[in-house]
Ligand binder design. Structure first.
Ligand SMILES: [Zn+2]
Length: 849
């Protein structure tokens, strides 16, 4: 325990390294002007005489009396494109910002208009071949954005410099919208940061280099009469500050060749339409990748001219550094397949480094321990939008996800996932892996402890977990997006083979959100997590980086392999994590193995068995509260929630195949899940989620699920365990999917192409599952809750335009059936009579109207 406290101390110490307003780097004199232009020179010199000059791409002068800045733009810099990149150096989640979030990446052109200078965000969504006369109309019906216009204060003809007042450029939101637009989903009275106070905005650092100019601004937002609640991170709701870095980068002048995306492999892209092509898919989507060039272009494998260098931030706990280094270097295997030896290097940021981790010239593995954790890891990169070349990346790691603290809202949230609860706008690079991962780690640690695994096994588990997190986040920084289909590689039996995990991989890709692979058979444990890039990762890195694939035929041959089992791919847009979203049950988060239903059933059984040991393990730890017992209970319940969700996705599922026509091993694009598999899933849901004994109405552990009191916090949430809410939330999580308008429509629609499990049959099975077992007798309180919830859902189907007519007919028919069941109740107890009366009234009212 003391080691843990020590780590926490280290990390908190790390947190204090917030920006301290230190303006560092290269302070030099103003650019020299030619002596013949005495007057103008005098003007320029006069304009900046009380200023410090930060010389670089755009020289910045900061007034030493009031801190205001001016920017020198050389005439040669006009009409040129620059890459603009913006990141939050610090913030609070309530304001939609957190340390290290990459926010903006666009092309900005600096133009002159008479006595003014304009900064224009140039549209980069369309491509016109210069050879075509149509390219002369390339700007038609496309709106660039004029972000800023400023008067030229001094024009120095001899040196060629124009000087502008840069405060209106940087101290406002001209370059980037800092405060998020109002969220249409936000509740009345929800906290808002208010308005920008120009007077309080200030520069905390100006870092200038020959190829990039960084200006870091501390923005202050004020709301004199705030409403709503905030986390402890907001010191005073009336005033919130956000540190934001604006960076201008010179366009790289190199031989970098863009590479175009393919639907069968998952890279981050900059999307671009070819406006002249007559192809049915006129896409020139640039994949994001580093500029790796071979030192020896003729060698099959060569060291790169410039490796990708990763720095371990000096805030990193010492005992993690070796594991992080090993995990980072493990990616070299994938790059070697792509023709590069030692493509990745790892260094440690010295404690007395003269650069900060936010410096875009360094790729840094960073650590934070935030009051409200936005992620467990986050691996963003920024690019040249013209080519897709990755120019820099960071990885943010969140200590909170290694802490033994449980996020109860994940299990208690009704119908909303944790990530949907995070109320801030994020781009496609956002990764909630850490949150998913923490849930798995909590389960893994609890399970191992309940299975009496020795300490060295727990240590091994944690090392694998850390390795997996680093591998995953690094994959993002090389351009890879998620691959949520990768966990379907092995059968539920093979998945426990350590040998197979070490040679092929536990899954096809470290870019999946798979389940932690704990086996209750301790003699046959195998790997918990992947410890190296998987076969898909290697193949994808080859696609992105292998120089031979510039050749059209080789590229085609490489992509032809996409039908191999090891290379299965589907990203976030394809996965079924949210109810009603996406179609293919093989592409899911929290699932594992080629038979996710069998694996899910095994996991639920394991959780149930472990539940019986909770009291003995954690209820006997004298001298401490029951918080740890409760955390372990929540970890077990969250697994049951996740796995029942995984099982439910079979119902109404459609396998999709993205193989191109004629590709060997390819299937037809859409093939519904066989009816017997959908029905099997339904019967497991009955057994593990809906049946009267699915959550035995009494369990000895319920009396002990106590949260440790803290101050007056029970004012907002009373301390009783609320078992019924939790169970209903798990059931609702599945009903949200089964009764989602998309799912219900697809069940009918897919009958035209092979589905033989009709909506009438599915809903009939669901109604049976929810009513048959206690149709004639007493209904326990879990079932009462569930049945009323179901009936309410059926009535709302009737009233909603989101459902098709077939869904409405089915809902109506089931309501009528349930209504007649209510008339046939036998001799039941009083609470069941009350429950029956309730259902009758609700149904009668719905059928009348
Ligand atoms: Zn991720």
């Amino acid at each position: 325990m003391s080691q843990l406290t020590h780590l926490k101390y280290l990390l908190i110490t790390g947190l204090v390294f917030v920006f301290l307003g230190c303006a560092t780097t290269q302070q030099t004199a103003a650019p020299e002007a030619a002596p013949t232009e005495q007057d103008t020179k005098a003007d320029l010199e006069k304009a900046v005489e009380k200023s410090i000059a930060y010389e670089g791409l755009f020289t910045i002068y900061q007034d030493t009396t009031n801190g205001s800045i001016k920017m020198a733009i050389h005439k040669d810099q006009l009409d040129k494109e620059y890459i603009y990149f913006g990141l939050s150096q610090d913030g609070v989640l309530e304001a939609g910002h957190f340390r290290g979030s990459f926010r903006d990446n666009k092309i900005v052109k600096v133009r002159r208009y008479f006595d003014k200078v304009e900064f224009v965000h140039v549209n980069n969504n369309y491509y016109f071949d210069d050879e075509s006369p149509l390219s002369r109309a390339s700007r038609a019906n496309i709106s660039d954005a004029v972000l800023f216009t400023g008067k030229i204060e001094v024009e120095d003809d001899s040196s060629g410099y124009l000087l502008i007042d840069a405060d209106p450029l940087f101290l406002t939101e001209s370059l980037h919208q800092i405060k998020p637009s109002p969220n249409p989903m936000s509740r009345p009275g929800q906290y808002s940061i208010g308005n920008l106070n120009r007077e309080k905005n200030k520069y905390t650092a100006i870092n200038n280099f020959p190829k990039n100019t960084d200006v870091i601004v501390e923005y202050v937002y004020e709301n004199p009469y705030p409403t709503g609640s905030t986390s402890g991170a907001v010191t005073d709701g009336r005033s919130v500050k956000i540190a934001y870095q604006h960076t201008f980068i010179e366009m790289p002048d190199n031989e970098f060749e863009p590479r175009f995306a393919d639907p069968r492999v998952g890279f981050f892209t900059t999307q671009m339409d070819d406006q002249i092509s007559t192809s049915p898919t006129p896409y020139r989507d640039l994949i994001h990748r580093w500029n790796l060039e071979k030192q020896n272009p003729n060698a099959e494998i060569s060291e790169p001219v410039e490796p990708i260098v990763w720095w371990i931030e000096n805030t990193t706990p010492h005992e993690f550094r070796e594991t992080i280094k090993e995990a980072t270097l493990a990616w070299n295997e994938a790059f070697e397949a792509a023709g590069f030896r030692n493509a990745i290097e790892v260094k440690v940021q010295p404690d007395d480094a003269d650069w900060e981790a936010g410096d875009i010239r360094y790729n840094v593995l960073r650590w934070t321990s935030s009051p409200v954790s936005p992620f467990g890891g986050y691996g963003p990169s920024f690019v040249n939008p013209r080519t897709g070349q990755i120019l820099g990346a960071d990885i943010m790691l969140e200590w909170g996800f290694f802490r033994n603290r449980f996020f109860e809202e994940d299990v208690l949230a009704v119908g909303r996932t944790a990530e949907e609860n995070i109320q801030f706008a994020m781009d496609e690079q956002f990764c909630t892996f850490g949150r998913h991962f923490q849930e798995n780690n909590q389960f893994g640690m609890s399970a191992l402890s309940l299975l009496d695994a020795p300490d060295e096994e727990l240590e091994g588990f944690q090392k694998e977990a850390m390795t997996m997190l680093i591998l995953h986040e690094l994959g993002h920084t090389f351009g890879l997006n998620h691959n949520m289909q990768a966990s379907t590689l092995h059968s539920p039996e093979d998945i426990h083979s350590e040998d197979l995990a070490n040679t092929v991989g536990l899954t096809g890709s470290v870019m999946d959100y798979s389940s932690v692979n704990v086996n209750s058979d301790r003699d046959n444990q195998g790997r918990y997590y992947d410890i190296k890039p998987g076969p898909y990762d290697v193949w994808a890195i080859e696609f992105g980086y292998k120089s031979e694939l510039d050749d059209e035929n080789q590229r085609k041959a490489h992509l032809e392999r996409s039908t191999e089992d090891e290379l299965a791919f589907g990203n976030d847009a394809d996965d079924m994590r949210s109810p009603g979203k996406a179609i293919d049950p093989r592409i899911m988060v929290g699932d594992m193995s080629a038979d996710p239903v069998a694996y899910g059933v095994e996991r639920i059984e394991m959780s149930r068995e472990l539940m019986d040991g909770l009291l003995e393990k954690y209820g006997t730890r004298e001298g401490q509260s029951y918080q740890e017992l409760r955390n372990a209970y929540m970890a077990l319940m969250s697994q049951q929630r996740t796995q029942t969700g995984v099982i439910s996705r079979q119902i109404g599922g459609v396998y999709r195949d993205r193989a191109f026509i004629g590709q060997e091993g390819g299937d037809i694009p859409f093939r519904p899940v066989p009816a017997e598999e959908q029905k099997e899933a339904m019967s497991y849901l009955n057994q593990y989620l809906f049946a009267p004994d699915a959550f035995s109405s009494s369990h000895e552990v319920y009396n002990y699920l106590q949260i440790q009191r803290r101050g007056f916090n029970f004012f907002s949430m009373s301390e009783d365990p609320k078992i019924h809410d939790m169970v209903l939330s798990m059931q609702a999580n599945v009903l949200n999917h089964l009764m989602h308008p998309n799912t219900m429509k697809r069940i009918t629609d897919s009958r035209t192409y092979g589905n033989s499990y009709s909506l009438a049959e599915m809903m009939g099975d669901l109604t049976s599952s929810l009513f048959d077992a206690d149709a004639r007798g007493n209904v326990n309180t879990f079932r009462q809750n569930l049945q009323v919830d179901y009936v309410n859902r059926l009535t709302s189907v009737l009233d909603s335009d989101a459902f098709d007519n077939i869904s409405k007919s089915t809902a109506l028919y089931n309501l009528q059936n349930i209504r007649s069941m209510m008339d046939n109740k036998g001799n039941v107890n009083e609470e069941t009579r009350a429950h029956t009366a309730h259902l009758k009234t609700v149904i009668d009212k719905a059928l009348e109207s």
